[in-house]
Design a protein around this ligand. Structure first.
Ligand code: TXA
Ligand code: MG
Length: 347
C-alpha cells in the first residue's frame, strides 16, 4: 500500500488553507488509517464508528484485540453520543486540563461507536488533544477518532514523523507530518468509572495536579503480580528498544575511563557529563536532574536513535528520584529497561 505523506508544518496556524486538507478528511471518512500528530505522541487515527477501519488499526500495529483504544474529540458535545454521563468532578478536571494530555475512562453509552474500539468493555477512554494541527484535523474530520500511539505494538511510541514512517510506511493510508510532539510521553489515563479515581497510566498530568483540582480524589494503587491491571494495555510488553537498556540510580562518583565503554551510550543529564567515561557515547537526556519536562520530551526519540545507531551495543540511562513529576517517565523507563536497575556505585 502506498502511504501518503501530508507535510502540513507550514500550515500550523491555518490548517484549513492546506491545499490537501480534504484528501486527509476523505481518507478517514472512507475508512482509511491516518497517523496524526498530537502533543503527547503521534496517534494512528481511524473513524471510531467504523468497525472495519478500527480493525485495521489492530492489524497495522500488531496489537492484541482486547486492548481498547482512546477516542479523540475536538469538542465536549461529541461525547454526548457515546458517554453515559459526565460527573461534576470529571467535568471540573476536563475544564482544568482539556484540551491536553489526559484521557478519562468513562461509562460507555453503547450503540454509537463500533464495538472493537472498547475491546468489549462497557467503558470508554476519551481525550481532547491540545496540539494545534491535531486538534484542527479533528475539527475538520468532525468524527470521533480512535487513535492508539502510531507505532508497532511493543516498540517505543512515536514522537516524530520519522518514527511513524519507520514503523508504519506501506501499512497505513497516510501520515500527517506536524513536527515533534512537545510532551513526548503518552497521556495520563484516569479511570473515572469509580470514586476515588485511579490512575491507569501515569502521564504529565500528575496525581498532584489532579488533586489540586479535586482534593483526595485519586486512589493510590499498588499492583500485585496477580491483580488485573486497570488499563488492559499495561499487561503487555511495552516501549522496548532492541538495544539492552539499564537504569542507573545514585551515581555519585566518576566512572573510570576504559575501552570497554566504547560501544556503550550513557543517556544522562548534561550536568552529570563529567562523571561519565570519555570513551563512552554521551546522549543528553535533559539539562539536570530536575529537568523532567525535557527528559519526557526526549525519551522516546533517544530510544529510537540508539536502535538505529550501529555503534551502540548497550545503553545506561539516568534514573530520576521518585516523586510526583517523575512518575510517568520512570514508568516508561522501567518498561523500556525490562526493570533492569543498578546502583551507580557498582560501576
Ligand atoms: O497520549 C495518548 O494517549 C496517545 C495519543 C495518540 O493520544 N494514545 C495512546 O493510546 O497512547 P494507546 O492505545 O497506545 O494507549 C491507550 C491506553 C492503553 O493502555 C489501554 O489499555 C488504555 O489506554 N485504555 C483505553 N481504553 C480503556 C478502557 N476503556 N479501560 C481501561 N483502559 C483503557
Ligand atoms: Mg501505545
Amino acid at each position: 500500500m502506498e502511504t501518503h505523506i501530508w507535510d502540513v508544518r507550514a500550515f500550523k496556524d491555518n490548517l484549513h488553507q492546506y491545499p490537501y486538507i480534504n484528501d486527509i478528511k476523505d481518507t478517514v471518512i472512507k475508512g482509511g488509517l491516518v497517523a496524526i500528530p498530537t502533543e503527547t505522541v503521534y496517534g494512528l487515527g481511524a473513524n471510531a464508528k467504523d468497525e472495519v477501519a478500527v480493525k485495521k488499526i489492530y492489524e497495522a500495529k500488531g496489537r492484541p484485540s482486547d486492548n481498547p483504544l482512546i477516542v479523540h474529540v475536538h469538542h465536549r458535545k461529541q461525547l454526548d453520543k457515546f458517554v453515559e454521563h459526565i460527573d461534576e468532578r470529571v467535568s471540573k478536571l476536563m475544564e482544568a486540563y482539556w484540551p491536553g494530555p489526559i484521557s478519562f475512562i468513562l461509562p460507555l453509552k453503547s450503540g454509537y461507536l463500533c464495538e472493537t474500539v472498547t475491546g468489549g468493555l462497557n467503558s470508554i477512554a476519551v481525550r481532547m488533544p491540545s496540539h494545534k494541527i491535531g486538534r484542527a484535523l479533528l475539527q475538520v474530520i468532525d468524527e470521533p477518532i480512535a487513535a492508539p500511539s502510531a507505532n508497532l505494538s511493543g516498540r517505543p511510541s512515536p514522537t516524530t514523523f520519522d518514527h511513524v514512517f519507520h514503523d508504519l510506511n506501506h501499512k497505513i493510508d497516510g501520515i500527517v507530518n506536524g513536527d515533534q510532539s512537545e510532551e513526548g510521553l503518552e497521556s495520563t489515563v484516569l479511570d473515572c468509572t469509580q470514586f476515588p479515581f485511579r490512575i491507569a497510566r501515569p502521564g504529565s498530568v500528575t496525581k498532584e495536579m489532579i488533586e489540586k483540582v479535586l482534593p483526595e480524589s485519586v486512589q493510590d494503587i499498588h499492583f500485585t503480580e496477580n491483580e488485573k491491571p486497570i488499563a488492559p494495555g499495561m499487561k503487555y510488553k511495552h516501549y522496548s528498544p532492541d538495544t539492552p537498556l539499564t537504569i542507573i540510580e545514585n551515581l555519585n562518583h566518576k566512572i573510570d575511563n576504559n575501552e570497554k565503554w566504547k560501544d556503550t551510550a550513557f543517556i544522562f543529564p548534561e550536568s552529570m557529563k563529567s562523571l561519565l567515561p570519555e570513551s563512552a557515547q554521551f546522549i543528553s537526556l535533559c539539562k539536570n536532574a530536575q529537568d523532567i519536562k525535557t527528559a519526557n520530551h526526549n525519551l522516546y526519540s533517544i530510544l529510537h536513535s540508539i536502535d538505529r545507531s550501529s555503534d551502540i551495543q548497550r545503553a545506561f540511562i539516568f534514573g530520576f528520584e521518585k516523586k510526583d513529576q517523575s512518575e510517568a517517565i520512570m514508568n516508561r523507563m522501567l518498561k523500556a529497561a525490562g526493570n533492569e536497575i543498578i546502583k551507580g556505585d557498582t560501576l
